[in-house]
Design a protein around this ligand. Structure first.
Ligand code: NAI
Length: 320
């Protein structure tokens, strides 16, 4: 099988001075991309800064792999647009954006301060917003863009001590789903990933025998696949860890339609029909048969149905 090449592509990876981002940056560079290695170089909780984190990865790309890379030390949440400017100034475009930078401020919700909530939202969600906002006009104009937003199982399912992080991470999923719809006609494909991998984020919370399985190099292949120019997959969420790759989707129960002329829409009526409202067993339910009567809602879903968002194959052509 021929290699999926990223020659002539300009890639920005945020938080690429360590963990997952470092592996992405190296893999893109190995396959011919010009890479902006962004990292603030702070602590896991987001304090401090150090240019060394990004510099080390840029040196590695240049010296070990003979690749093309430049460093950027801005914070995604303070100067996100400057990171895109680094790509434009050095390489003339921005084709692929991997919103990966992140921090943790884990604490139970009862004890979580407004600052601990806010800073995590700021780095993950506002950081991704700032870079995407700056990259979007270039991607739209050149009719090519690939964006990965880094969600988390903690965002999809919740996790003790991570109300701030879960909110930011599921926020990124909603962000991605809307951008996928707005970007599709410009060939901008936007997906979210919910990884689990060995890094400083997990090394103190998981046992060594599990960590051993969780190499970050097992996450990178899907990220590269989803951002290749022959991949048309968009609007999707993928969960991946330790060599497992799967897709996550929302599911609606078959539900219960109340008579639209019903005089009394009461909590008691809901109580009576609770098992039907929450029933996921009805195999005959077709999610394209929308039960709602509201014309606005139908309008929206009809528009959505015109776009091939359910396409999960994404026929891939490989460069020879
Ligand atoms: P990591 O801590 O090794 O890497 C994150 C990088 O982001 C660090 O190098 C850090 O300096 C950088 N960074 C932090 N704040 C920044 C800012 N404001 N501006 C620029 N750079 C900044 O952690 P890891 O595990 O590689 O995480 C990467 C992404 O994957 C994060 O978004 C994380 O939330 C997400 N994730 C990781 C999981 C895991 O199991 N490791 C699980 C689920 C999600």
């Amino acid at each position: 099988m021929s290699e999926l090449s990223f020659k002539n592509k300009v890639v920005v990876v945020t938080g690429a001075g360590g963990g997952l981002g470092r592996v992405y940056a190296i893999e893109y560079a190995k396959r011919g991309a010009s890479v902006v290695v962004n990292d603030l170089g702070g602590s896991l909780s987001g304090s401090g800064s150090n240019a060394r984190a990004a510099d080390v990865v840029v040196d590695e790309i240049k010296n070990k792999f003979n690749g093309i890379a430049v460093a950027n030390y801005d914070s995604v949440s303070d100067n996100g647009e400057n990171i895109i400017k680094t790509a434009i100034d050095n390489f003339g475009s921005i084709d692929i954006l991997i919103n990966n930078a992140g921090i943790l401020r884990d604490v139970s919700f009862a004890k979580m301060s407004p600052k601990e909530f806010g800073i995590v939202i700021d780095v993950h969600l506002n950081g991704a917003y700032k870079l995407t906002k700056a990259a979007w006009p270039y991607m739209k104009k050149q009719k090519f863009g690939r964006i990965i937003n880094t969600a988390s199982p903690a965002g999809l399912f919740g996790n003790f001590g991570q109300a701030n992080y879960s909110a930011a991470k599921l926020g990124l999923v909603g962000f991605s789903e809307t951008l996928a719809k707005e970007g599709y006609k410009y060939n901008i494909m936007v997906n979210s990933i919910a990884p689990l991998a060995r890094s400083r984020m997990t090394e103190n919370v998981l046992p060594p025998h599990i960590l051993k399985q969780l190499g970050p190099e097992k996450i990178a292949p899907l990220v590269l696949y989803l951002t290749h120019d022959s991949t048309k997959v968009t609007n999707s969420i993928f969960e991946l860890a330790a060599g497992f790759y799967g897709r996550i989707r929302w599911e609606r129960s078959s539900g219960q339609i109340f008579n639209p002329n019903e005089k009394y829409f009461t909590p008691e009526a809901i109580l009576n029909k609770w098992s039907q409202i929450t029933d996921f067993q009805d195999k005959t339910f077709n999610k394209t048969q929308h039960p709602y009567q509201l014309s606005d809602y139908n309008d929206l879903t009809t528009k959505a149905k015109r776009l091939p968002f359910e396409n999960d194959q994404g026929s891939i052509k490989v460069d020879s």
